[in-house]
Design a protein around this ligand. Structure first.
Ligand SMILES: O=C(O)CCC(=O)C(=O)O
Length: 278
């Protein structure tokens, strides 16, 4: 049976409790099937460098010569209209605002992620290492940020779906946790679990559903054992008023504050669009 997209959904008390307890929450289906099809087409266009607008991407769009390697582009909304529509969707903003109990949500950046299907080949090239997103975002003055990972096909562990570590957002920022690109999951697990309760929770999503995880929640993903790619679009969002924490860590978004950013300056301009304001 095809699920119908839920465009009116309101976060319940139970959803907030789940998010606060587990560090993530799974939404109902948010995208309709036509939108999913358009986003799947957007993937094809992006990876073949067919861009909307003036095509000025934040980083060059690169496709590895290794067909088994993960592909990822930040700020796809700059160069693709369908990606822009979904990562600035007010509904995603409202759901995030309610989970974070705040009045305004802005986009921090997005990601367009393509994980090739490798069948039974032995390679780690598509893995995403266990990491905390805030491990990369320490230039922001709060870790109360959310990643909205939107599935463009039914997604589970067979096609390399994401896993989160239950309740790990309560551990605080763990040193050296910016390890997205370390594809040795076992090594990272040993390093980060370190006497902590390490419970891996698969994010099982139907196409059009999204998982919302906290900026401190550890997550990662293993091989896509199918023969089809796993496609997703991801919105990383922040509370309105999130400011710049100077001198801690470099991030390519800092330059969007201007040539001389000031400690405490809000990430509040057109590079960080408002998704939702109460
Ligand atoms: O796509 C994945 O498997 C992981 C993505 C991720 O780490 C993220 O969106 O924060």
């Amino acid at each position: 049976m095809t699920l119908k997209a839920e465009r009116q959904y309101k976060i319940t008390q139970k959803d907030k409790e789940t998010f606060n307890r587990d560090g993530y929450w799974i939404s109902p289906k948010l995208l309709d099937d036509e939108q999913i099809a358009r986003l799947r087409e957007a993937h094809e266009r992006i990876w073949s460098s067919d861009f909307d607008g003036d095509g000025l991407s934040m980083h060059p769009v690169t496709v590895s010569s290794n067909p088994e390697a993960l592909r990822k582009l930040d700020n796809g909304w700059w160069i693709n209209d369908e990606v822009k529509k979904v990562v600035t969707d007010p509904l995603i903003g409202e759901l995030s605002a309610d989970l974070l109990e705040t009045d305004e949500i802005r986009l921090w950046h997005d990601q367009v992620i393509y994980k090739p299907g490798i069948g039974d080949k032995v390679t780690k090239a598509g893995n995403v290492g266990w990491h905390q997103d805030y491990g990369y975002w320490q230039c922001c003055d709060t870790s109360d940020m959310i990643t909205v990972w939107i599935a463009l096909q039914d997604t589970d562990l067979t096609n390399g779906g994401m896993m989160t570590i239950l309740g790990s957002h309560k551990w605080g920022l763990i040193p050296d946790s910016a390890s997205f690109f370390n594809q040795n999951m076992e090594e990272l697990k040993t390093k980060y679990s370190d006497g902590r309760d390490w419970v891996e929770e698969p994010c099982i999503l139907k196409a059009g559903q999204a998982s919302f995880h906290h900026g401190l929640t550890f997550h990662g993903s293993g091989p896509n054992r199918t023969n089809e790619p796993r496609l997703s679009v991801v919105a990383h969002v922040m509370k309105g008023g999130t400011g710049y924490r100077a001198g801690i860590q470099r991030h390519d978004n800092i330059r969007h504050l201007g040539p001389r950013p000031i400690n405490g300056q809000s990430f509040a301009n057109e590079y960080f669009p408002i998704l939702y304001k109460r």
